[in-house]
Each structure stands twice: as C-alpha cells, then as structure tokens.
Design a protein around this ligand. Structure first.
Ligand SMILES: Nc1nc2c(ncn2[C@@H]2O[C@H](COP(=O)(O)OP(=O)(O)O)[C@@H](O)[C@H]2O)c(=O)[nH]1
Ligand SMILES: [Mg+2]
Ligand SMILES: [Zn+2]
Length: 310
C-alpha cells in the first residue's frame, strides 16, 4: 500500500492514502538514507510504501520514495545529524504584511534566498490589505511589482474581508505548500478561510510560548479539500537561518544571477569588483536598491531583522 506521511511523532507515522484513509505506521527495522545523516529517517511529505499488520490496524513502512527536495534543520544536540523538517515541497508561500506586524523586505529576501537554496519555488502573499494606509498600499503594490518582475508571483489578500481568497485558494490547490511568515501575519486565519473545517486557532498568544517549551517540534501536513497540503511547521523558525557562502548568495538572487556572465570576473561578488554588471545595473536603476542592500546584509551575514517567526 502507498501513501504520504502527513505527521510524525518520532516512532509513529500518520500515513494518508490517496482515498483519504489514514493508517498509523511504524518503520521496519533500521533505515539508512544515503547522503545525509538524519535523526529522522522518514519525514512529513515522504511517499512511503507499507504493509498492513495482521490485525489490519497498523502499517509497517518498508520503502521510502526518493525525495525531490527536503528542508533540514541541524539537530542541536547532535550537530553532525540533521532533522528533516519536510520533504517533497512544491512551493513556499511567504505570508507578509505591511502593517500589524510589518514584514521587512530583508525578511522576505532572506526567505527567498533560502527557498532558492532548496530549489523550492516561492510566492509572496501580502495579507491584511483591509487595514493598510495609503502609504502601506503603495508599498505593497511596489513590492508586488518588484517581485513579480524578478519572477516571484505575488498576491494581495485579506483573510478578514475576503479579497484575493479565490486566487489564494487556486494557488494552493493540488500542491504541497510550506507556509511561512512572521507570527501574527495571518497564516492560520488564511488557512481557516480556505478550509473552515480545520477550525484552527488564530492569534493565540500561547502559541509562541508553547513552541518555546518544546525542544522538538514536528511538522504536520494539513490536507486541503481542493487537493494538496499545507505544511504547518512549528519548527520552521530555523528555516531562514541558513549560513550562506559568499559565492553562493549572488546565485540565489535570480536577477543578479542573470547578470553574472556579463560581470568582468566570473566569481564576482558584486561588491567591489571593477566591471560588475550588477553594480552598473544598480546605478541605472535596473536592479532594485532595496534588494541590493538586502543582498549585502546577507553577504555580511547580518541577522537583518529576522525575529521570531513560524
Ligand atoms: N484586519 C485583518 N486582520 C487579520 C487578517 N488576517 C488575520 N488577521 C488577524 O491577525 C491576527 C493574527 O492572525 P493569525 O492567523 O493567528 O496569524 P499567524 O500567527 O500568522 O498564524 C489575528 O487576530 C487575526 O484575526 C486580515 O486579513 N485582516
Ligand atoms: Mg498561526
Ligand atoms: Zn558583479
């Protein structure tokens, strides 16, 4: 039998069949996956094959399908090991807000760079457009046009008023989506609007404290009635905190990457090198000054204002 792992609690795995049926599974013996040393051999999002036990109420996983991507977090206690947060993710959706709370472009760019590093397509969704001042409205419209031009689809929505919800729903249909964004931007509210039956708790202040208390948090995939899943990851806090090699950062900015072949030096970091195509594009206003500033911050590994988020 085949299914996808939607939840894992360490030794038990919740496996969902195509029919929607849920089977609780365990692993058969020891699993070793080549290439990475992990604390969890099977993660949320893994496609698995299993046999049903004799009494038919539990499964024994014997095969794990090849992953086309996965995101990891270094295990704190055993630094040589990684914890796979989720596998086989179709897209990363960043929920942002201009107000209450404000999401900085530095945060957005850092998440985008991380998504690029994992080869996961990213989409930016501005929520709470119902409360924006005129100035905030100009801000999100200019950010939307900036990111769309670079190649990141962007959407404006209001979980409260319903703007853009049809598009948001269509964006998630039949895909496995990892949602991210600062606490309070309305991730849970948006999930509730498109999937009221889930009835998730929004704006709960205990949320953060609960997370802080548990050392290990497990991701969960929520099935959508449109097909597809949303990954709700309490442990995603560390997601944006990857360390990047300086050579690598420019590769993760698509509009910079496109210009690198024109830079005089093949290993140009676009900072001080003569004949840099990125810097000349910046001077001409063809590269966004904010993006360039955020690029320098990531390059210098400044923490920007990466505050707590989930
Ligand atoms: N005005 C307004 N408030 C919203 C909107 N979406 C969410 N909220 C509110 O913002 C707060 C945080 O929402 P929540 O979904 O818990 O955020 P999360 O931490 O990202 O999951 C709650 O009080 C929501 O009611 C929106 O589109 N407009
Ligand atoms: Mg929430
Ligand atoms: Zn350059």
């Amino acid at each position: 039998m085949k299914g996808v792992v939607t939840k894992s609690t360490g030794s038990w795995y919740t496996v969902r069949l195509e029919t929607g049926k849920i089977v609780n599974c365990r692993l058969k013996g020891q699993f070793r996956i080549h290439g990475i040393r992990t604390t969890n051999p099977v993660s949320v999002g893994d496609n698995v094959e299993f046999d049903l036990s004799e009494n038919n109420n539990e499964g024994i996983i014997h095969t794990i399908g090849e992953r086309y991507n996965y995101i990891i977090r270094k295990s704190i206690k055993l630094s040589k090991f990684s914890h796979i947060i989720a596998a086989n993710i179709d897209q990363l959706v960043i929920i942002a807000s201009i107000e209450q709370p404000r999401t900085s472009s530095g945060f957005i760019d850092r998440v985008l760079v991380t998504a690029e590093a994992y080869h996961i397509p990213a989409v930016i969704v501005f929520n709470k457009i119902d409360i924006y001042s005129e100035k905030s409205r100009d801000r999100y419209l200019s950010l939307m046009s900036l990111y769309t031009k670079i190649g990141y689809p962007s959407l404006a929505v209001s979980a409260l008023r319903g703007d853009g919800i049809t598009d948001f729903k269509a964006l998630l249909a039949n895909k496995t989506t990892l949602l991210t964004g600062h606490s309070g931007v309305g991730k849970t509210a948006l999930i509730n609007v498109i999937e009221p039956s889930l009835n998730l708790k929004t704006g709960s202040i205990s949320d953060y404290h609960l997370k802080g208390m548990h050392t290990t948090t497990f991701a969960e995939m929520l099935p959508l009635s449109t097909g597809g899943y949303i990954i709700d990851t309490p442990g995603i806090k560390e997601f944006g905190l990857i360390h990047f090699e300086s050579r690598e950062v420019g590769e993760r900015f698509p509009e910079f990457r496109a210009l690198l072949p024109i830079c005089h030096y093949t290993n140009c970091t676009h900072v001080h090198e003569p004949g840099c195509a990125v810097k000349s594009a910046l001077e001409k206003g063809e590269i966004d000054a904010g993006r360039y500033k955020n690029y320098l911050s990531i390059l210098n590994d400044e923490n920007l204002d990466v505050v707590e988020y989930d």
